[in-house]
Design a protein around this ligand. Structure first.
Ligand code: GLA
Length: 731
């Protein structure tokens, strides 16, 4: 199957599959121009060549005197500083003479089967070479010899393209890469809205939508991690685009560090997107012959609204990014002791929770923060990954045996990138800390960052973790990171390489995760960073699931899980039932509501099972069975958002199995009213020709009925309600 073609006469690259086309042209003077990304077209007949118009104050290409041809107005694929293009550039390179000008011109191309990996970085992959093709276009700067490879991979069956760029220093001088975007894309005649996922700790990824106005907007993180505060994703959508109609272009960076999505509307109302590693404090030294690889970014296109865009992301992340052997396995229902005990526990206090968990049918016990060093609060012991004897006098393995003997899997919490002043590690290696010489490092949660860019630091943590993972016979690891980066300095780097520290840190974390996940392929790893502070596509390459938020309130979670689903598959999104009043919001929601919202993700509990009422205990048993019955459908089915929590009093979403024989609908309402307006819910993604039976009421509906007529939501005189419906097709 041909997915990429080059028409030599026209100078046109055409990437296509049954869903999308992406067109690039080589223009006069070797400028690479963006022609089109959207719904599939059979072939291209030149009608989209950018019209030549003389625009005042938009100058021309050196050597040409054509006043109608300007790099400042042409839609580009990858622009550089120093050209006659006043929009934000994709690449900046400081050269020996201090100049940062480059003129990147088309040099050559290569088409290959499959998808190359990106050394040291997470990246999509394919099982067989016939599942994707990759186009590499090489641009070269004649004056310096610097070259940039633009990589485009088109997947055979998805409306998704993976892009990245690599800068090769083919010059004879030492250069400093000050910016290298993963992608640039220019749009003409598009009046876009931009959707992003901002947030905060315990308030992650709420969907925000606004106009793309003249000037430049930036959606970025400078925190050293992808952050709670701005997820590394945006979508550019038409004004009329909603969940089910309209064009949507989604961009998800496969990277967990500082990022920037710059959206610029220029003088002609054309829109440029430049996205990749944030260039703040970034400078990468390359001696002659060296190269720098920018992270990958996924581009998803939909002409039928946001749900379609999200499903393209979900499938690509699940199929082509998650490597863990657990990717297609149903994930265990767990109970985590964090909100149950916080730091105040020992083996004797935990055992009754394990006993209850077994009785209730829960499948895994996760021992959270506080089991190591001498950690009784969050002021000590990070960096000392040895069991706290006072809490586990007979060792961690002994407690793990207790859990295993009860038929449960055993999970453990770690925070490998951190150190407390009050720790053996800090006493022995104070230099492992990331800090600026002569300045006191800033505490956050009274802890500090280890410089994960350094080999010996990683090795120390690796050795400790390997030992304890074996000793504790762990089946699952929760990998946390409870502060952002500050005091950014690497003690082992010279002054002209301090601009590498942010990125080098993330590469170090990736290396440590690569080594540990390779050493322990049978451990299910879950990412976490104070909840969802590092919830990004890059992480999915190492860990198949991530704790979505420290906020376990069932109402707040609707907004968080709704926003998260814009990009990330449900199998990646963990959600737990916790106690009331909720520890983050103080809200008291019914047990059923907490169950329905948590069961819309990778399910578990986060409360003291021994302190529940008998009614709630009985309810847990019911929920466990209920979730087991729908687990595969929820975790691996197609997910449709139906009603947005930010648009009104209700939320609704549904899951449909691949064969469309089963569906689960979840509806939720925040407040009750004395005289409520009646509302209906219409499902999506069912087979219109099938008949579906509601498993609770036994009522049978046509798939077409459920999708077009819908049914009335129940009138309830109670706040914070949610309901789960399970439909099965009948023959
Ligand atoms: C973070 C996590 C929590 C918990 C605590 C422990 O905040 O998100 O789930 O593990 O750390 O300190």
């Amino acid at each position: 199957m041909t997915l990429i073609e080059f028409n030599e006469t026209q100078g046109i690259f055409h990437l296509h599959n049954s869903k999308i086309s992406y067109l690039i042209s080589v223009e006069e003077g070797g400028l690479l121009s963006h022609l089109y990304f959207g719904k599939k077209v059979k072939d291209y007949h030149g009608q989209m060549r950018y019209p030549r118009v003389d625009r005042g104050f938009s100058g021309n290409l050196p050597g040409t005197f054509d006043r109608t041809y300007s790099p400042d107005t042409l839609p580009r694929e990858f622009s550089s500083a120093g050209e006659m293009d006043y929009r934000t550039p994709a690449v900046l390179v400081r050269q020996e003479n201090g100049a940062n000008a480059l003129a990147l011109r088309y040099k050559s191309y290569q088409i290959s089967a499959g998808k190359p990996s990106l050394p040291g970085l997470p990246a999509t992959f394919v099982q067989n070479d016939n599942e994707a093709q990759t186009l590499t276009i090489t641009l070269a700067d004649e004056v310096t010899g610097i070259e940039v490879d633009l990589l485009y991979t088109i997947f055979a069956n998805q409306a998704v393209i993976a892009r990245s760029s690599k800068l090769r220093n083919e010059s004879d001088q030492t250069i400093y890469v000050e910016k290298l975007a993963s992608l640039e894309m220019d749009f003409v005649d598009k009046d876009f809205d931009v959707i992003c996922l901002p947030g905060a700790h315990a308030n992650e990824r709420h969907l925000e939508r606004g106009a793309v106005n003249f000037g430049k907007q930036s959606f970025a993180s400078l925190r050293g991690s992808s952050s709670h505060h701005m997820n590394p994703f945006i979508a550019l959508v038409d004004k009329k685009t909603d969940e089910f109609q309209g064009e949507a272009y989604g961009f998800a960076l496969v990277y967990s560090g500082n990022h920037n999505f710059e959206v610029e509307k220029d003088q002609l109302a054309q829109v440029r997107l430049v996205a990749g590693i944030n260039d703040f404090n970034f400078s990468w030294k390359l001696v002659a012959g060296e190269s720098f690889q920018a992270p990958e970014i996924l581009l998803a296109y939909s002409d039928t609204g946001l749900n379609q865009m999200s499903q393209a992301f979900h499938k690509t992340i699940h199929n082509n990014l998650v490597r863990s052997k657990f990717k297609n396995e149903e994930r265990p229902i767990l109970v985590n002791n964090w909100e149950a005990t916080y730091f105040d526990y020992d083996e004797d206090k935990l055992k009754p929770i394990v006993d209850e968990a077994k009785d209730m049918g829960i499948e895994m016990f996760v021992l959270d923060d506080g089991w190591f060093g001498h950690r009784d609060d969050d002021n000590s012991s990070l960096g000392d990954w040895k069991v706290y004897q006072k809490k586990f006098p007979q060792g961690i393995g002994h407690f793990a045996d207790y859990v295993h003997d009860h038929g449960l899997k055993f999970g453990l919490w770690v925070e490998p990138e951190m150190v407390s002043f009050d720790s053996d590690l800090y006493q022995q290696h104070p230099d492992y800390l990331m800090q600026v010489p002569g300045r006191a490092p800033s505490p956050s949660r009274n802890q500090y960052l280890l410089d994960m860019g350094r080999e010996e630091v990683r090795q120390n943590i690796y050795d400790q973790l390997v030992k304890v993972f074996k000793e504790a016979k762990v089946d699952y690891i929760k990998w946390d990171m409870n502060r952002n980066m500050s005091d950014v300095f690497a003690s082992d780097l010279p002054s002209d390489q301090q601009g590498q520290v942010y990125h080098r840190y993330i590469l170090g974390v990736y290396k440590l995760m690569e080594d540990l996940t390779a050493e322990f392929p049978n451990i299910l790893f879950e990412g976490c960073s104070g909840g969802g502070g590092r919830f990004d596509a890059g992480w999915a390459y190492y860990m198949p699931q991530i704790w979505a938020s420290d906020n376990t309130d069932a109402i707040a979670r609707q907004t968080i899980q709704y926003g998260t689903s814009l990009v990330y598959p449900v199998s990646m999104t963990t959600a737990h039932v916790s106690a009331i009043p909720n520890h983050q919001t103080g809200r008291k929601t019914p047990f059923d509501t907490r169950g329905a919202i948590a069961m819309s993700g990778v399910f578990g509990y986060e409360l003291d099972l021994t302190k529940m009422s008998q009614a709630d205990k009985d309810q847990v048993k019911v929920q466990v069975k209920q979730y087991q019955a729908i687990r595969s459908l929820v975790q691996f089915g197609d997910f449709y958002r139906l009603k947005s929590p930010s648009e009104g009093n209700q939320t609704a979403w549904n899951f449909v199995s691949a064969d469309k024989k089963e569906a689960v609908l979840v509806t939720a309402q925040v407040l009750a009213y004395a005289q409520p307006y009646l509302t209906k819910t219409k499902l999506a993604g069912l087979d219109p020709d099938k008949y579906y039976q509601d498993q609770e009421t036994k009522v049978i509906y046509g798939g077409d009925e459920l999708m077009n007529l819908g049914f009335y939501d129940p009138v309830v005189h109670e706040d914070y309600t949610a309901k789960m419906y399970h439909f099965k097709a009948i023959d």
